[in-house]
Design a protein. Sequence first.
Length: 355
Amino acid sequence: MKLLSVSIHRVLTFSICLCLVSMLSCQKENTIEVAPDLTGMASDPVYDYILKLGFDRSKIVDLGDCYVVEGDIRFNKLPKAPKGARPAHLIFNERPLVKHDDVDKISVRVSDTFGNDDEWRQRVITATANAIATWNNISGCKVKFTYTAGPTARITVQYRPNLTGSGFSAISQFPISCNSGTTIDLNRTTSRLLPGQLLFLMTHELGHSLGLRHTDDASTLGFLIPYTPNTETASIMNSGSSFENAVVPAWSNFSSGDLLASLVLYPNVATASPYINDSNKVVVDWTPSYFCNTRVRVDVSENGTLISGVEVDNNGQYTLDFRTTVPDRYYRCRVYALDDPDPNRYLQGEVYSPQ
């Protein structure tokens, strides 16, 4: 998976185009709208931001109050572009991420706006609660969603009437200002999904709210999450285009890459860990969600003497460009955000090289 190395950078939205079997009496809705031609129009900061994140212009659709990218990733139109660089890739993950301090406090509710279809709403509530449980049960991962029946929550799952006929089954927001996205919008066609399919869909969309992009999208320019595979057919973050016959699969489980990505991005404890690789180079791994920034500084000292200080993308891994050849060396690393006003907010680790 891509996003971080030994850390996983790839948790993102997958576009889900539904085409249920005829026994479910569902009409085929797997046509993706072509993005509007914005040539000659006044520059839109959010549209420009989406392009800056590396998304393909042809995969951007204008729904009036928001843009939808890759079929199910939502960007609200704002006066100013959101802060951050690019989004992350399970396999590829970029900015934004949810800040490590807050990723265990994400509340979720299901609105009452489901077209007077209470049976559909109840099934969405069940699927959402079960999807929350699947994320919360990842051992060693700090991610914790909480379902609430109250009137407010960080994330609201809701029916969006104008998605009908759009070709989009669901759209979810990426993290905003270092917190999760705020909405997951559903198409009416999701009312025809079987329980296992709806659970798969909601688990996928919650992944987008954490900053994960589609695992299988070759155009994704996010960072490869360290130690995750480049592609993975079993990833729950694959896009709808990967589904057999465009049918949403039933929930089975997270793939090994999904689990690795979640542990790299959101471990219970944020760390910085240097090590010596097979080429005798010093590699520094760190928890990127600890810093809600796109760039960090990585300092490395050898036996107490600073030997490297560089500004790098906050993708969770940096490899020094020299080889260690002298025996009995201690390497200490310190990683911190460039614009963090708190000088005591950093991650630090060390490794001993006896060779």
